[in-house]
Design a protein around this ligand. Structure first.
Ligand SMILES: Cc1ncc(COP(=O)(O)O)c(C=O)c1O
Length: 456
């Protein structure tokens, strides 16, 4: 019989699935900077946010409670695919000839193929409970829109998705998934909102951006009855829902008999990676694992953590959202059309930004080509064809494992694997036929962004 250390999968029984989400707010060494009202620039109140979100989610946004009960209705949906499996990447370790132990927590087994349903299901549930009949949202590569479409189908809510135009055209299968689950999906900029029409009149070929799609979704929400808005990343309550990943991983790492020395994840708005590392960073803050390294990986084409200023900024192009203190490339950021659509957001979750500022996590920017190379190595060793977003984290995982080969250290690396890339095969095709290029975000653009930041 194999010993537990030789097992390639660590499977948590459904009865051991966490029944609470972990809220970092009471454990932060310094409180988070306040969220400011876009007009008054004073701290927002729960009522300011009520036109957009159900009160239960607004209360979670500011909650002082360390643990928040996961409603049974949400747990029941989670149990359709959770707990997800923690894998040991023996074949990748062997190919790299590294003494490092590589584990990955795979979120690609959700029906939508990524971590996004963890919050989509919770958000649809709380909206349903408040009697909301319709939700609007934006989506980049389509992972979020398709996850929310599925969640809205489960809870009988109508959904309209504004999908970043370039992805709408590059990734028709994600739109088809949304439609199969019953949602309506339009390319952004769209003629359906003032924000969209304004942009189309300036630039009819605008590829769109997440910031612009958010403006459209919010405008649609506040101009329609019985409608709320839903965001798939960045906000505290979204990160909270994703902590199911890290809490399960903690139990599974215990089953494996190791505690990670390094945790790696990719960051767009920060939700999948925060969901993984927040339960672990608690141990770092409390001094139980002071030398734990937590590495957030972003693309060199959208380098907010490594190049952007830490400042108050809007979450959207039109300046409709509250002001968040975060690392940002400026809310007017229109990203270059690289393939990791989910990482092309101008800002970063305030919690992730704050922890980087406090030195509790680190950040690294990596170029597109090397991430696909890493993704192909992962596919050829572990089998899984990963989302282009996830390939960023895989690249740094491989990099750290190779450093272990040099140093001879047998470090334990935990990779947050956010989803599969089955609908991103056109991107792999471009890579394999040498059509992909790297893109470095120019320094002047960072300076321009600084100039466009709102005065606070
Ligand atoms: C597979 C996958 N990973 C990562 C991300 C990045 O988002 P976040 O930083 O919120 O996890 C996305 C976003 O769409 C995604 O689809």
């Amino acid at each position: 019989m194999q010993s537990s250390k030789e097992r390639a999968m660590f499977i948590l029984d459904q009865k051991d699935m966490p029944t609470v989400w972990y809220n970092i707010l009471p454990d932060l060494p310094e409180p988070l900077p306040a969220v400011l009202h876009p007009a008054t620039r004073k701290p927002v109140t729960p009522n300011d946010l009520a036109p957009l979100f159900p009160m239960a989610l607004i209360m979670q946004e500011f909650s002082p409670e360390r643990y928040v009960e996961i409603p049974e209705e949400v747990q029941a949906v989670y149990r359709m695919w959770r707990p997800t499996i923690l894998h040991r990447a023996y074949r990748l370790e062997k190919a790299l000839d590294t003494p490092a132990r590589i584990f990955y927590k795979y979120e690609g087994t959700s029906p939508a193929g990524s971590h996004k349903p963890n919050t989509a299901v919770a958000q649809a549930y709380y909206n349903k409970k408040e009697g909301i009949k319709r939700i609007t949202t934006e989506t980049g590569a389509g992972q979020w829109g398709s996850s929310l479409a599925m969640a809205c189908a489960f809870f009988g809510i109508e959904l309209k998705v504004y999908m970043v135009g370039i992805s709408y055209r590059q990734k028709p299968y994600r739109r088809m998934m949304m439609e199969t689950w019953g949602a309506t999906c339009v390319p952004s900029p769209s003629p359906d909102t003032k924000a969209g029409r304004d942009m189309l009149s300036k630039d009819p070929d605008c590829p769109g951006s997440l910031g612009l799609a958010i403006s459209e979704a919010i405008e649609d929400c506040v101009t329609h009855p019985n409608t709320h808005y839903s965001l798939g990343s960045v906000l505290n309550h979204v990160l909270l829902h994703q902590t199911i990943i890290g809490q399960e991983s903690m139990k599974q790492m215990e089953m494996a008999g190791f505690y990670p020395d390094i945790i790696v994840g990719c960051v767009g708005g920060g939700s999948n990676f925060a969901g993984m590392f927040l339960p672990f960073v608690k141990d770092k803050i409390e001094g139980k694992k002071p030398d734990l390294r937590i590495i957030a990986v972003e693309p060199t084409s959208c380098p907010k953590l490594t190049k952007g200023p830490y400042a108050y900024d809007f979450g959207d192009v039109a300046g409709l959202t509250p002001l968040l203190k975060m690392y940002t490339l400026g809310h007017g950021f229109i990203p270059p059309p690289v393939h990791a659509g989910g990482l092309r957001y101008h800002g970063m979750a305030p919690i992730v930004s704050h922890l980087l500022r406090l030195g509790l996590i680190e950040a690294r920017a990596v170029p597109q080509l090397a991430t696909f190379e890493a993704g192909v190595t992962f596919a050829r060793t572990e089998g899984i064809i990963s989302a282009p977003e996830t390939n960023h984290a895989i690249m740094v995982t491989i990099d750290e494992a190779l450093k272990c080969r040099e140093s001879g250290d047998a470090k334990t690396i935990l990779l947050a694997h956010s989803g599969h890339g089955h609908f991103d095969m056109a991107a792999y095709d471009s890579y394999l036929s040498n059509k992909l290029t790297d893109y470095e975000y120019p320094e002047e653009k960072v300076k321009e962004a600084l100039a466009s930041l709102p005065q606070v």
